[in-house]
Structure formats: C-alpha cells, structure tokens
Design a protein around this ligand. Structure first.
Ligand SMILES: Nc1nc2c(c(=O)[nH]1)N[C@H]1C(S)=C(S)[C@@H](COP(=O)(O)O)O[C@H]1N2
Ligand SMILES: [Mo]
Length: 424
C-alpha cells in the first residue's frame, strides 16, 4: 500500500474497510484525490470520449440559487409579498424576531421565554452574536418527500438550534420542539414541523446539528429559500426545514405533530438513497456504445455503488422479483469530488470549516458524501436495434439495493427509475 494512503487511512478510521477493499476505478480515483492530490486521475485518461463529453455536461455539485426549486405553501406565498409588507411582518433581517415559548397545552417549564410582548424575542443581531462563536456549515440536498426529486444542493450555514433553545432556560417537561414560520396570520395556512428534543440537543453519529439557517452557498438566505431565517434539519426531508421561521414552541408532547403528517406522510423518515438519470441520449445507433449520466441522493445509509441495467423489452421480466435483484446490473462510475463545486460561491471557493469536509485538506471526509447529491456516469455497450428500458439503482453502504430497506412511498422516493431507450 502506498505509505500516504496508509497514513490517510489510519487518520480517517471512519472510512469503511469495505469501501477500501472495494476499490474499483472510481474508488481509486476518489483515493487519488483524497490522499495523494493527483492532478489527473488515472482513469480519466482511459475514459471513452463519449463518456468524457457526457461528464463534462453534468450539472455542478452545488446548485446556483436561481436553479433551486421552490416548495412553498401560502396564499400569497410569503416570499412574493412586497418589501414593505415583509418589513411589517418581520420577514427582513432588520425586522425579524424569533419567539421561544412554552406550549400552553403541554407546558414545558422554562425560566426565560423569548417573546415579542416582553421585548425578549431574539432578533437578527442577536442571532449573529451567536454566529460569531458558533456558526456551522454543512452540505445538504433539499428534497421534498412528496415530489421525490432533489430541489437543490447547498452549503447551509446557521447556528445550532440548541444554542437558542438554551437562551430560554427550559428546566423540565420538555420532550418535543415544534416550530412554524410566517403564514399570513391565517391559522389555516399554518405549516408546522417538529423534532424530539434529543435530536436538537445532541447530534447522533456524525450528523451536523439542526440549525437556524441564515446563509446558503455563502450568501444571505433569500426570501424564496425561507430567509431571513429557516430551520434546516440535515438528515430530514424538506418539510422539517421550516422557512420564514418565527416561533419555536417547547412542549411536553411526546409524539410528532407535523402539518405534513396530515397527508399520510411518514414524518419520521430520514433521507433515502436512490439513483436517477440526468442524460440518456434521444436516439442510439445499433451496436454503438453510448454514455449515460445521472445523480444519486446519498441518504442516511450512504451509497456504495450505483448500478444500471439496460433491459431488452422483448424479453420477459424475471418472475417473482419485483425489485429486479437478479437482473444483470453493471456498476457505473461514481464521480470523485469535483474540482469546481459550482453554486456561485465567492471566488468559486468553499469556505471552511464545513461539517463533512476535512478542514486542513478541504476535501470531503467521506465519499460519496452523506446527505448530498453525487454524480455517476457509464458507457453502455452497443446493442441491436430494439426497444429497451434503462434502470438505475443505488446500493447503500450495507449493500442493500433500492428500493429496500425502506420501500414505502410515503416515507420518501426510492422506487427504481426506468427510462425508455430506443435503439435504431
Ligand atoms: N413555512 C414553510 N416552510 C416550508 C414549507 C412551507 O410551505 N412553508 N414547505 C416545506 C417543504 S414541503 C419543503 S419540501 C421545503 C422546500 O424547500 P425550498 O422551497 O427551499 O426548496 O420547505 C419546507 N418548508
Ligand atoms: Mo415537501
């Protein structure tokens, strides 16, 4: 083993043994970049030009602000209000106020609630004071549980929600925290989410903290993304990340009370891993190899492989195998961390520290990076004329293939994608 790889491994015990043993072309690329700083990854030179071109056309890792997709409720949606109205209702950095109060129905004992009535609510300057000593950043893909496809990937910056919670000095009877944002002062438009207190106070395993977020990709959080301040829950689907945050309620309630639960959604479900295509050529010549690219959402169980399968539609599907586990899947190349992160960062540079990155090297500590969206590519061998179905899937870090281990739709999208490919 290269001595520097050995040193790297001994310093990074969180990188799994299985991943190391499974070094394929993509794996060694990632290592090359992570540990040796190789300028031109070896496999790159061997790539077919068709594959190289498809990779060159891929979207960037971070999503530019203008390309984020919006999932906002409200009539009108709060970010569409005129500026004067935003000032009036606290939707600007100058006028923003956050209350932290006890739930009247299931009270939490607390010494210093933060309320507007008593002039103790937290304002933006107060939030920035906390940020001076305790700002955190992490990379995360925002995904709507209902829509399924990612809305955008960003570096989200904020202060841990627990820092603000402690300002209110809760002493007992605290089991759940729920929170909501501006909703046109109409109770029918209330969109609330919630977390068990433990998740707010402590970060399990290597997760970043739940934050009160005020910046995205280095810029102030826009009104459309929920600014001036939104909650961002690293491992959760979008509905936990409440926008235009105005009130946090500390409660002795012991179960979830999220608005999103009303439509049969599983509100305790964390991000799943899944793969999807981005580029599949419109028309393919018979017996000509062709390039396919895509992305994978790296959920809480990670991603160890992305696989594809081009199925000839004239052949019968295997019986009794609804997840196609016996199909002849082949491995796609998981692309290594990019040199350019995109997303319109100032000087194109990541501002460290970022939770999933090594602060010294500036490289991701784990790849594929959990909670993010990564990219893959593959060159499929030529096939005779005919109609085909292209499928892709992830295997998580335990080797469990999509849509398992959590196949239910109302817990988030993980169904195996299929795309029609016509050859000839
Ligand atoms: N206040 C408020 N917060 C909200 C919503 C909302 O309608 N109102 N939508 C939620 C849902 S369902 C999702 S998927 C995410 C989407 O975040 P985005 O609009 O920044 O992409 O915001 C969440 N936060
Ligand atoms: Mo959503």
């Amino acid at each position: 083993m290269h001595p520097r790889i050995e040193q790297f491994l001994s310093q990074h015990s969180d990188i799994s043994r299985r991943y190391f043993l499974g070094l394929g072309a993509a794996g060694s690329l990632a290592w090359g970049k992570l540990s040796l700083g190789a300028e031109e990854p070896a496999a790159k030179a061997d790539r077919d030009p068709r594959l190289e071109e498809a990779i060159a056309n891929l979207e960037s890792f971070l999503t530019p602000e203008s390309e984020f997709r919006d999932v906002s409720r409200g009539r009108p949606v709060p970010h569409s209000l005129p500026e004067e109205k935003k000032s009036e209702v606290g939707l600007t950095r100058d006028t923003w106020k956050l209350e932290v109060v006890s739930d009247p129905d299931h009270p939490t004992r607390m010494k210093s609630p933060l309320t507007t009535a008593e002039g103790t609510a937290l304002d933006f300057a107060g939030l920035m004071k906390i940020a001076e000593r305790n700002a955190v950043r992490f990379a995360k893909v925002m995904t709507c549980l209902n829509i399924g496809c990612p809305l955008g990937t960003g570096i989200w910056e904020g202060v841990p929600l627990r820092d603000v919670l402690w300002l209110a000095q809760p002493t007992s009877d605290l089991r759940r925290i729920f929170y909501h944002g501006y909703h046109n002062d109409d109770p029918k438009q209330l969109f609330r989410s919630s977390l068990p207190v433990g998740r707010v106070l402590e970060d399990p395993f290597d997760l970043p903290p739940v934050i009160l977020c005020y910046k995205l990709n280095g810029e102030w959080l826009s009104s459309e993304r929920g600014g001036p301040v939104r909650v961002v829950v690293p491992e959760a689907y979008g509905f936990k990340s409440i926008k235009w945050l105005q009130r946090i309620t500390l409660s002795n309630l012991w179960y979830a009370n999220d608005t999103y639960g009303e439509k049969n959604n599983d509100v305790d479900s964390d991000l799943k891993s899944f793969a999807a295509t981005l580029h599949v050529p419109d028309s393919v010549q018979p017996d000509e190899p062709f390039a396919v690219t895509g992305y994978a959402q790296v959920g809480i169980s990670g991603v160890s492989k992305v696989q594809v399968w081009l199925d000839d539609e004239s052949q019968p599907l295997p019986e009794g195998d609804k997840y196609f586990t016996t199909a002849p899947w082949t491995d796609a190349e998981i692309l290594s961390p990019p040199n350019e992160w995109g997303g319109g960062l100032a000087d194109g540079k990541l501002r460290l520290p970022i939770h999933q990155f090594d602060s010294e090297s500036g490289e991701p500590r784990q790849w594929p990076m959990r909670l993010a969206k990564i990219h893959w590519a593959t060159l499929l061998p030529g096939r005779p004329a005919g109609k085909y179905t292209l499928r892709c899937r992830t295997l998580d870090e335990k080797g469990i293939a999509q849509p398992m281990p959590r196949p239910f739709r109302k817990s988030g999208h993980a169904a195996i994608e299929q795309v029609a490919v016509s050859i000839g």
